[in-house]
Design a protein around this ligand. Structure first.
Ligand SMILES: [Ca+2]
Ligand SMILES: [Ca+2]
Length: 238
């Protein structure tokens, strides 16, 4: 922890796999406006420290299928498979929520619950298999020009980020949903009143049709000048 409070702010915008860039931008801007001397809880991002138990149990046709669907290269798929199996403590070929929370970056991320939920959205039980795992990760593949994009277009990335905020999955972000996310992101050192005001202003800023909700179109518009392609990309080794 730093002592110099004035340099503390939410640092999510600096991370390379940014899911919460939009809200942190609003949050930092509005909190700076409303109370420039306050400091807020920040989180730091850990680095990749997952285990490395490698496994060659992936069959070639499985690799081909995953490559076809997600756009990852066979090398990347094998590497990610070894990370997947390292997390799979019971060797059952699927991951539980607890397995995910052993990923250090996730465990310390204030939105970990939302991110982990994204992995479970496709599966109809409480386990995630490797293909489902890869489909979610594919949203974080960098976009390459002149290459067909699978699951990682700007729109895909935006939709994924939007789903982080849309807690009840009704296709709209409400003020209460924003407030709930803000609660996950900040510590106790910011008043309920300020949080409310931030949620309110964030809605007003993005809500062009005045229904007090943020639709996906409004969300995309609010992020028009944001480099989502870069903010929502993780460099996967080739
Ligand atoms: Ca909603
Ligand atoms: Ca609206």
């Amino acid at each position: 922890m730093r002592d110099d409070k004035s340099t503390q702010e939410i640092t999510a915008a600096d991370t390379d796999n940014e899911l919460v860039y939009w809200l942190t931008t609003c949050l930092n801007r509005y909190t700076a406006e409303t109370n420039s001397s306050r400091s807020y809880t920040s989180y730091t991002q850990g680095r990749n420290t997952m285990g490395n138990k490698s496994s060659l149990l992936l069959r070639e046709e499985e690799i081909a299928q995953i490559q076809e669907e997600t756009g990852f290269t066979p090398n990347q798929i094998e590497r990610l498979y070894s990370r997947f199996t390292a997390l799979d403590k019971n060797d059952c070929g699927t991951l539980s929520r607890e397995d995910f929370l052993r990923i250090p970056e996730l465990a310390i991320n204030p939105l970990s619950e939302r991110i982990v939920s994204a992995f479970f959205a496709e599966s109809h039980d409480d386990r995630v298999n490797f293909l489902q795992f890869m489909r979610v990760l594919a949203h974080f593949r960098p976009i390459r020009k002149n290459r067909e994009n699978k699951l990682n277009s700007r729109e895909d990335k935006l939709r994924f980020a939007f789903s982080m905020y849309d807690l009840d999955n009704d296709g709209k972000i409400s003020r209460d949903e924003l407030l709930a996310i803000l609660h996950m992101m900040v510590g106790v050192n910011i008043s309920e009143e300020q949080l409310s005001s931030i949620a309110e202003r964030t809605i007003i800023e993005a809500d062009t049709n005045n229904d007090q909700m943020i639709s996906f179109e409004e969300f995309a518009h609010a992020l028009e000048r944001t480099d989502v392609e870069q903010k929502m990309s993780i460099r996967f080794l080739n």
